[in-house]
Ligand binder design. Structure first.
Ligand SMILES: Cc1ncc(COP(=O)(O)O)c(C=O)c1O
Length: 365
């Protein structure tokens, strides 16, 4: 256990660790929020109490990410995977093809869903190595005729991250990023994107709210015949209140945004996250026993998968780790082995504890 209130070192890929300070604030806000005699989850989403929470969360997120007025910030439901379908439904253009880049499990699923809706083309894929790199932009071919271009800036399972994004795309070919596992981990220029989306349950807040940041001019692409709940235009027109939004998840996400501001914003988080990831990758690279297959320049700062040279040691690794309060380390079945997710709320001390454990484990083989 960590010495912070008997909480484990939580390396879960998602839903994932939340800052302790935020959890304690939630505890304080229950069952009487700011002397109002109710909690945030018990009042109308259209009333002044929640309006205030909502507006503050939105303003803080805009400040943290530097989101200009050219963009709508929507708090929706349905998770990232609902966006896999809504993106082609809303942003597809009749007679045009949507472009996708396949860098792993989540891009592949996004492609499969888009194929059900309209014409898609896979511009590049790193499947040849079971996803250990991002294909070079100059191999993607022409993007001019596309309705949009979809990428997965961080592949949560394979631990592959983009540190540059394609530049110079036409405004008519918006870049779309599934930022579920990288959002808020470091500064990123929102202006590179036509649409960014993310399930909350890694770096934003609890599961239940899904963030969609969309350039306003793209809302015109949502056809009126789309059911309102599936239309970005309808959600934007109603300020994310077309139906009842996930009020408690939005409130809690707002506390996370405040916490991030207090840490010094995304520049500060980037430095902390880089230092955490560097330590863990260094431990893996120095070891004869642990291995991470991802090309160095694409190694994720948030998700660090690693295998053990002797697979038969996996169960022992996990049980001894658990005994030391190191939790959530089992890798995804698609790649096997282990995975340490080191999102914003995972403290540097937790990474230190993991590194110390791994070194000891190898020594005692
Ligand atoms: C990159 C990425 N996209 C999509 C998803 C699916 O998200 P959801 O469960 O919110 O649909 C995940 C979940 O782990 C993810 O990591």
């Amino acid at each position: 256990m960590t010495n912070q209130m008997n909480r484990v070192h939580n390396f879960s890929a998602g839903p994932a660790a939340l800052p302790l300070e935020v959890l304690l604030q939630v505890k304080e806000d229950l069952p009487n929020y700011h002397g109002e005699g109710v909690t945030v989850m018990e009042v109308s989403h259209r009333g002044p109490l929640f309006a205030n929470v909502f507006e503050q969360a939105q303003a803080d997120l805009r400040e943290l990410m530097g989101i200009s007025d050219d963009y709508e910030v929507l708090f929706l439901q349905g998770g990232a995977q609902t966006q896999f379908a809504l993106i082609p439904m809303n942003l597809g253009i009749d007679g045009k093809t949507a472009g996708y880049v396949d860098t792993g499990h989540w891009s592949k699923l996004a492609i499969k869903e888009a194929e059900k809706v309209g014409s898609t083309r896979v511009l590049a894929s790193s499947q040849d190595t079971n996803y250990t790199y991002v294909p070079a932009f100059d191999t993607w071919g022409s993007t001019e005729d596309l309705s949009y271009l979809h990428i997965t800036p961080n592949e949560t399972i394979h631990g592959v991250e983009y540190f540059n994004f394609p530049q110079g795309l036409s405004k008519d070919v918006p870049l779309i990023g599934d930022m579920s596992s990288t959002i808020l981990s470091r500064p990123m220029d929102v202006n590179n994107f036509g649409l960014i989306y993310a399930g909350a349950q890694k770096n934003i807040g609890p599961a239940g709210v899904t963030l969609v940041i969309i350039r306003k001019d793209l809302l015109a692409r949502s056809a009126d015949k789309l059911p309102n709940m599936l239309s970005y235009k309808s959600h934007a027109a109603k300020g994310s209140m077309y139906n009842t939004p996930p009020t408690f998840a939005i409130y809690l996400s707002g506390l996370v945004f405040k916490w991030l501001k207090k840490q010094g914003g995304l520049d500060a988080m980037a430095a902390i996250n880089k230092a955490k990831a560097d330590k863990l990758y260094a431990c893996i690279d120095e070891s004869q026993f642990f291995n991470n297959p991802v090309e160095k320049e694409f190694r994720s700062l948030m998700n660090v998968p690693f295998t053990l040279a002797d697979k038969s040691q996996e169960a022992r690794f996990l049980s001894e780790a658990a005994a030391q309060g190191l939790s959530g380390l089992k890798g995804h079945k698609a790649v096997g082995g282990m995975r340490a997710s080191i999102y914003n709320a995972v403290a540097p001390e937790s990474v230190d504890a993991l590194v110390a454990f791994m070194k000891e484990f190898e020594k005692n083989l």
